[in-house]
Design a protein around this ligand. Structure first.
Ligand code: COA
Length: 164
Protein backbone atom coordinates (compact mmCIF):
# COMPACT_ATOMS: atom_id res chain seq x y z
CA UNK A 1 0.00 0.00 0.00
CA UNK A 2 1.71 3.19 -1.19
CA UNK A 3 0.57 6.19 0.81
CA UNK A 4 1.41 9.76 -0.11
CA UNK A 5 0.84 12.96 1.84
CA UNK A 6 -0.27 16.14 0.10
CA UNK A 7 0.40 18.91 2.65
CA UNK A 8 -0.40 22.59 2.46
CA UNK A 9 -2.25 25.48 4.01
CA UNK A 10 -5.24 25.26 1.61
CA UNK A 11 -6.57 28.71 2.52
CA UNK A 12 -8.73 27.90 0.60
CA UNK A 13 -8.40 24.86 -1.66
CA UNK A 14 -8.42 25.80 -5.36
CA UNK A 15 -8.96 23.94 -8.62
CA UNK A 16 -5.15 23.96 -8.94
CA UNK A 17 -4.76 21.97 -5.71
CA UNK A 18 -7.54 19.60 -6.78
CA UNK A 19 -5.84 19.04 -10.12
CA UNK A 20 -2.60 18.00 -8.37
CA UNK A 21 -4.59 15.84 -5.97
CA UNK A 22 -6.37 13.99 -8.79
CA UNK A 23 -3.04 13.21 -10.39
CA UNK A 24 -1.62 11.96 -7.08
CA UNK A 25 -4.69 9.79 -6.44
CA UNK A 26 -4.15 8.14 -9.83
CA UNK A 27 -0.58 7.24 -8.93
CA UNK A 28 -0.76 6.28 -5.24
CA UNK A 29 -2.96 3.73 -3.49
CA UNK A 30 -3.90 6.30 -0.85
CA UNK A 31 -3.42 10.06 -0.57
CA UNK A 32 -3.80 11.96 2.68
CA UNK A 33 -4.41 15.67 2.15
CA UNK A 34 -2.86 17.34 5.14
CA UNK A 35 -3.99 20.74 6.31
CA UNK A 36 -1.32 22.62 8.25
CA UNK A 37 -3.26 23.79 11.31
CA UNK A 38 -0.96 26.51 12.52
CA UNK A 39 0.41 27.86 9.32
CA UNK A 40 2.70 30.87 9.75
CA UNK A 41 0.56 32.57 7.13
CA UNK A 42 -2.27 33.55 9.53
CA UNK A 43 -4.96 31.96 7.40
CA UNK A 44 -8.32 33.52 6.62
CA UNK A 45 -10.11 30.23 7.33
CA UNK A 46 -9.79 28.17 10.49
CA UNK A 47 -8.25 24.70 10.21
CA UNK A 48 -11.72 23.17 10.63
CA UNK A 49 -13.11 25.27 7.80
CA UNK A 50 -10.20 24.39 5.50
CA UNK A 51 -10.64 20.69 6.29
CA UNK A 52 -14.40 20.89 5.68
CA UNK A 53 -13.92 22.58 2.30
CA UNK A 54 -11.41 19.93 1.26
CA UNK A 55 -13.58 17.04 2.47
CA UNK A 56 -16.48 18.30 0.42
CA UNK A 57 -14.22 18.76 -2.61
CA UNK A 58 -13.04 15.13 -2.53
CA UNK A 59 -16.34 13.52 -1.57
CA UNK A 60 -16.72 10.17 -3.29
CA UNK A 61 -12.98 9.64 -3.83
CA UNK A 62 -12.27 6.42 -1.99
CA UNK A 63 -8.48 6.68 -1.84
CA UNK A 64 -8.33 10.29 -0.63
CA UNK A 65 -8.50 11.23 3.04
CA UNK A 66 -8.26 14.67 4.62
CA UNK A 67 -6.55 15.29 7.94
CA UNK A 68 -5.11 18.16 9.90
CA UNK A 69 -1.65 18.33 11.41
CA UNK A 70 0.40 20.48 13.65
CA UNK A 71 4.07 19.62 13.92
CA UNK A 72 6.70 18.10 11.72
CA UNK A 73 5.54 16.67 8.42
CA UNK A 74 8.01 13.80 8.57
CA UNK A 75 6.67 12.76 11.98
CA UNK A 76 3.16 12.55 10.60
CA UNK A 77 4.48 10.60 7.61
CA UNK A 78 6.11 8.07 9.90
CA UNK A 79 2.94 7.62 11.95
CA UNK A 80 0.81 7.24 8.81
CA UNK A 81 3.24 4.86 7.10
CA UNK A 82 3.63 7.29 4.20
CA UNK A 83 6.82 7.31 2.17
CA UNK A 84 6.01 10.07 -0.31
CA UNK A 85 5.15 13.73 -0.09
CA UNK A 86 3.37 15.25 -3.07
CA UNK A 87 3.87 18.90 -3.95
CA UNK A 88 2.64 20.85 -6.92
CA UNK A 89 5.21 22.62 -9.07
CA UNK A 90 3.60 25.43 -10.99
CA UNK A 91 6.48 27.57 -12.22
CA UNK A 92 10.22 28.02 -11.84
CA UNK A 93 9.52 30.46 -9.01
CA UNK A 94 8.23 27.55 -6.89
CA UNK A 95 11.44 25.64 -7.35
CA UNK A 96 13.83 27.09 -4.78
CA UNK A 97 11.38 26.89 -1.88
CA UNK A 98 10.25 23.41 -2.84
CA UNK A 99 13.83 22.22 -3.34
CA UNK A 100 14.74 23.41 0.16
CA UNK A 101 11.69 21.75 1.75
CA UNK A 102 12.19 18.47 -0.11
CA UNK A 103 15.84 18.23 0.84
CA UNK A 104 15.18 19.21 4.45
CA UNK A 105 12.47 16.59 4.79
CA UNK A 106 14.79 14.01 3.27
CA UNK A 107 17.51 15.03 5.72
CA UNK A 108 15.03 14.54 8.58
CA UNK A 109 13.94 11.16 7.28
CA UNK A 110 15.79 9.58 4.40
CA UNK A 111 12.93 7.21 3.62
CA UNK A 112 10.65 10.07 2.62
CA UNK A 113 10.70 11.09 -1.03
CA UNK A 114 9.07 14.23 -2.36
CA UNK A 115 7.29 13.85 -5.67
CA UNK A 116 6.51 16.95 -7.74
CA UNK A 117 3.47 17.01 -9.96
CA UNK A 118 2.59 19.72 -12.44
CA UNK A 119 -0.98 20.95 -12.43
CA UNK A 120 -2.70 21.68 -15.74
CA UNK A 121 -1.09 24.75 -17.33
CA UNK A 122 -4.32 26.72 -16.94
CA UNK A 123 -3.64 26.73 -13.19
CA UNK A 124 0.04 27.67 -13.19
CA UNK A 125 -0.63 31.27 -12.16
CA UNK A 126 -3.13 30.39 -9.46
CA UNK A 127 -2.65 30.56 -5.70
CA UNK A 128 -4.88 30.97 -2.68
CA UNK A 129 -3.84 34.58 -1.98
CA UNK A 130 -5.03 35.68 -5.42
CA UNK A 131 -8.36 33.94 -4.87
CA UNK A 132 -8.80 35.55 -1.44
CA UNK A 133 -7.92 38.97 -2.84
CA UNK A 134 -10.36 38.74 -5.77
CA UNK A 135 -13.13 37.57 -3.49
CA UNK A 136 -12.43 40.27 -0.90
CA UNK A 137 -12.74 42.90 -3.61
CA UNK A 138 -16.03 41.48 -4.83
CA UNK A 139 -14.72 39.70 -7.96
CA UNK A 140 -15.95 36.40 -9.35
CA UNK A 141 -13.81 33.41 -8.31
CA UNK A 142 -15.98 30.69 -9.83
CA UNK A 143 -13.31 29.66 -12.34
CA UNK A 144 -10.75 29.17 -9.56
CA UNK A 145 -12.57 27.33 -6.77
CA UNK A 146 -15.54 24.92 -6.41
CA UNK A 147 -18.97 26.48 -5.73
CA UNK A 148 -19.00 25.59 -2.01
CA UNK A 149 -15.62 27.29 -1.53
CA UNK A 150 -16.86 30.36 -3.38
CA UNK A 151 -19.82 30.51 -0.98
CA UNK A 152 -17.52 30.24 2.05
CA UNK A 153 -15.38 33.10 0.70
CA UNK A 154 -18.46 35.25 0.19
CA UNK A 155 -19.66 34.54 3.72
CA UNK A 156 -16.22 35.41 5.13
CA UNK A 157 -15.91 38.68 3.25
CA UNK A 158 -19.55 39.70 3.28
CA UNK A 159 -21.06 37.99 6.34
CA UNK A 160 -24.51 39.48 5.71
CA UNK A 161 -24.81 37.70 2.32
CA UNK A 162 -27.42 34.98 2.16
CA UNK A 163 -26.18 31.45 1.38
CA UNK A 164 -26.97 30.38 -2.21
N1 COA B 1 -2.71 25.33 -7.32
C1 COA B 1 -2.98 26.52 -6.77
N2 COA B 1 -2.23 27.04 -5.80
C2 COA B 1 -1.22 26.31 -5.34
C3 COA B 1 -0.90 25.06 -5.85
C4 COA B 1 -1.69 24.56 -6.90
N3 COA B 1 -1.47 23.40 -7.47
N4 COA B 1 0.17 24.58 -5.21
C5 COA B 1 0.52 25.51 -4.32
N5 COA B 1 -0.32 26.55 -4.40
C6 COA B 1 -0.26 27.81 -3.65
C7 COA B 1 -1.00 27.75 -2.38
O1 COA B 1 -2.34 28.13 -2.57
C8 COA B 1 -0.24 28.74 -1.57
O2 COA B 1 -0.68 30.03 -1.91
P1 COA B 1 -0.67 31.25 -0.90
O3 COA B 1 0.74 31.38 -0.40
O4 COA B 1 -1.08 32.36 -1.77
O5 COA B 1 -1.64 30.96 0.19
C9 COA B 1 1.19 28.60 -2.06
O6 COA B 1 1.07 28.07 -3.35
C10 COA B 1 2.05 27.62 -1.34
O7 COA B 1 1.36 27.08 -0.33
P2 COA B 1 1.14 25.55 0.03
O8 COA B 1 1.31 24.65 -1.11
O9 COA B 1 -0.15 25.49 0.77
O10 COA B 1 2.32 25.32 0.92
P3 COA B 1 2.63 26.08 2.18
O11 COA B 1 3.91 26.76 1.88
O12 COA B 1 1.55 26.94 2.67
O13 COA B 1 2.73 24.88 3.17
C11 COA B 1 3.81 23.23 4.47
C12 COA B 1 3.93 24.42 3.53
C13 COA B 1 2.67 23.39 5.45
C14 COA B 1 3.59 21.99 3.66
C15 COA B 1 5.17 23.19 5.19
O14 COA B 1 5.40 24.43 5.80
C16 COA B 1 5.25 22.11 6.23
O15 COA B 1 5.41 20.97 5.90
N6 COA B 1 5.11 22.51 7.50
C17 COA B 1 5.14 21.57 8.61
C18 COA B 1 6.36 21.77 9.48
C19 COA B 1 7.53 21.06 8.91
O16 COA B 1 7.57 19.87 8.81
N7 COA B 1 8.52 21.88 8.53
C20 COA B 1 9.68 21.39 7.88
C21 COA B 1 9.43 21.32 6.40
S1 COA B 1 10.89 21.65 5.52
Amino acid sequence: MKTALYPGTFDPVTYGHLDVLERAADIFDRVVVLVAANSQKEPLFSADERVAMLRRSVRGRRNIRVDVFDGLLVSYAKRAGATSIVRGLRAISDFEYEFQMALTNRKLNRRITTVFLMPHEKYTYLNSSIVREISRLGGNVSQFVPPHVRRMLTLKHRPGTRRR
